[in-house]
Design a protein around this ligand. Structure first.
Ligand SMILES: [Zn+2]
Length: 449
C-alpha cells in the first residue's frame, strides 16, 4: 500500500509556524507527504493506519556531515591525538578490499537510518586508485532509500602521495561522477565537492572547485579550522593561517559552501562567513570527544545564515546520534554563555531538520512535515521511563531522547525501520559481517607495519 496515515502521535511539523500538533496525523502518498491533520480531523478512508501513540512524529533528521567509511574503525582512535587518529584510520582503510569497503558503508547507512537520519552528507576521501568505490557507496545508498549526498574529496598537494592527483585529472573524474549520479534515483542521490582541507589543495584546485560547482549547480564542504594544528599547516602552504582566506582567494565562499567545525577561526573570518552567506556545520560531539575544539555555536547562530548540525564520522562521534549532537550543542553553548536561555531546544531541533536542510539547499524537498515534501518521517518514542512524561515535547526530544528511541522511519515514503527493526537489510547479519571484516583488516594493518 502506498497511502499511509501516521496517526495519534505528537506531530512536530517544523513548518514556518513551528506548529506542534498533539494527536495529529501525517498522510503519506507514495514518496510524498500529502497532508498534516490536527487531532480533531478524521483520518480519511483508504490509508494504512500506523499508530504513533506515545511518539513524537518528526521530519527525518539531517546529518550534514559524516564519514561512513570510518564505521569499521569507530572504536580505534578515541585515545589518539588528531594526527595519529588520521594515521590509524587511514591505515585501516588502506587494508580494505572492495567487500570490506561495502560492509563498512552499509554499517554507516544502516546506523544512520536506525538513528532517524534520513538525509546524510557523506564526506569521502579515497586514494586515487580507489575511485571505483565512490559509485559503490552511491549504489548502496540508493538501496537504503536515503537522501544521500556524496561529498567527493580530492587533493593535489601536501598529503600522502597515494591521494594526490593533478587538477586536470581531478576535474575529469569528478565531472564523470557528477554526470552519472547527481540527481539520480529521483533526486535522492546527489554529489558535492569536498576539497577537504585548505592546505591540501592549490588555489588552482579551489578555482576548479568553483568552476565545477557553478557548472553543475552543486555545493561544496570543507573541514575548516577543526584543531589548533590547522593554522600551522595552512601557514606552511600559504604563508598565513586562515582557511577562510584560502577559500576566498579560490572563489570558494558563498551560500553553496558549508564549512565544517570552524572551532579555531578568528573574528575577521567569522565576519567574512556572515557577509558571504557561507554556511557553517556544527559537529559538537566530534570536536569534544577528540578534544580538538568547541563548536562556535554562539558565533554563528545569529549571523543571518542557516546553520546545520552533524555527527561527523563514527571514529570521532562514536555513533550517528543527532539527538546527542543536539544535546551536546546546547550544553556547550549554555556553559560558554553561562546562560541557559542563550539557545533553546527548538533551535537545536531546527538545525537538525529544516535549518540544516536550508544550509544544504534542500529545504524545498525535506526538513519539515508539509504537503508536497518528501515523505521522510520518523516516530520517536516518548512514553517510556526514559523519556516520560513529555509535557514539553521539543525539550523531551533534545534532553531525554536518543537515537535508540527512534521507533519507525519512513524514507521517501518507504517504511525502512519498523518497531526498531531495519527492513531494508538483515541488521544482525550486517553487524556480524562487519565485525569479522573489521577484525581481519585490523590484523592486516599489524602485518603491514
Ligand atoms: Zn569530517
Amino acid at each position: 500500500m502506498d497511502k499511509r496515515a501516521i496517526a495519534n502521535g505528537c506531530v512536530v511539523t517544523m513548518n514556518a509556524g513551528r506548529k506542534v500538533l498533539p494527536g495529529g496525523t501525517v498522510l503519506i502518498s507514495g514518496s510524498r507527504i500529502e497532508g498534516v491533520l490536527p487531532a480533531e480531523a478524521a483520518v480519511p478512508e483508504g490509508y494504512e493506519r500506523i499508530d504513533a501513540r506515545g511518539c513524537a512524529v518528526l521530519p527525518g533528521l539531517v546529518n550534514a556531515h559524516t564519514h561512513l567509511y570510518s564505521a569499521l574503525g569507530r572504536s580505534l582512535s578515541f585515545n589518539e591525538e588528531l594526527t595519529q587518529w588520521l594515521e590509524t584510520q587511514k591505515g585501516l582503510i588502506a587494508q580494505f578490499d572492495d567487500e570490506d569497503f561495502a560492509a563498512c558503508i552499509e554499517v554507516g547507512l544502516a546506523l544512520n537510518l536506525r538513528s532517524g537520519n534520513t538525509c546524510v552528507v557523506d564526506a569521502m576521501a579515497l586514494p586515487a586508485d580507489a575511485a571505483h568505490r565512490y559509485p559503490v557507496a552511491l549504489d548502496l545508498a540508493e538501496r537504503y532509500c536515503l537522501q544521500y549526498t556524496l561529498a567527493r574529496a580530492y587533493t593535489d598537494q601536501r598529503m600522502s602521495s597515494d591521494y594526490i592527483e593533478n587538477v586536470v585529472a581531478i576535474e575529469r573524474s569528478v565531472s564523470e561522477l557528477i554526470e552519472t549520479y547527481h540527481g539520480a534515483s529521483d533526486g535522492r542521490l546527489r554529489l558535492q565537492l569536498f576539497p577537504n582541507m585548505a592546505w591540501a589543495l592549490s588555489i588552482e584546485g579551489f578555482r576548479m572547485t568553483r568552476r565545477l560547482a557553478d557548472k553543475y549547480g552543486i555545493g561544496m564542504q570543507m573541514h575548516t579550522a577543526e584543531s589548533p594544528a590547522y593554522p600551522v599547516l595552512i601557514e606552511k602552504a600559504y604563508g598565513h593561517g586562515s582557511d577562510v582566506r584560502v577559500y576566498q582567494q579560490g572563489g570558494c565562499l558563498g551560500p553553496d559552501v558549508q564549512l565544517l567545525s570552524c572551532a579555531h577561526l578568528g573574528d575577521e573570518d567569522f565576519e567574512i562567513i556572515a557577509r558571504t552567506g557561507t554556511r557553517v556545520i556544527l559537529d559538537p560531539i566530534s570536536g569534544t570527544t577528540i578534544g580538538t575544539g568547541l563548536p562556535p555555536t554562539l558565533r554563528v547562530m545569529g549571523n543571518g545564515n542557516p546553520t546545520a548540525l552533524a555527527t561527523n564520522g563514527m571514529a570521532s562521534a562514536g555513533g550517528q546520534d543527532m539527538f546527542e549532537a543536539m544535546k551536546t550543542l546546547l550544553s556547550l553553548a549554555r556553559v560558554e554563555a553561562y546562560d541557559p536561555l542563550c539557545i533553546s531546544a527548538m533551535r537545536a531541533l531546527e538545525m537538525a531538520t529544516i535549518e540544516g536542510a536550508r544550509a544544504l539547499g534542500l529545504d524545498s524537498e525535506i526538513g519539515s512535515l508539509e504537503p508536497g515534501k518528501r515523505a521522510d518521517v520518523i516516530c520517536v518514542q516518548m512514553d517510556q521511563l526514559y523519556q516520560a512524561p513529555a509535557l514539553d515535547v521539543p525539550a523531551t526530544l533534545v534532553f531525554s531522547c536518543n537515537s535508540r528511541d527512534v521507533r519507525d522511519v519512513f524514507a521517501n515514503g518507504q517504511w525502512v525501520v519498523r518497531d526498531r527493526k531495519l527492513l531494508v537489510a538483515d541488521e544482525a547479519a550486517l553487524a556480524d559481517r562487519a565485525a569479522k571484516r573489521a577484525s581481519a583488516a585490523w590484523a592486516r594493518t599489524h602485518h603491514a607495519s
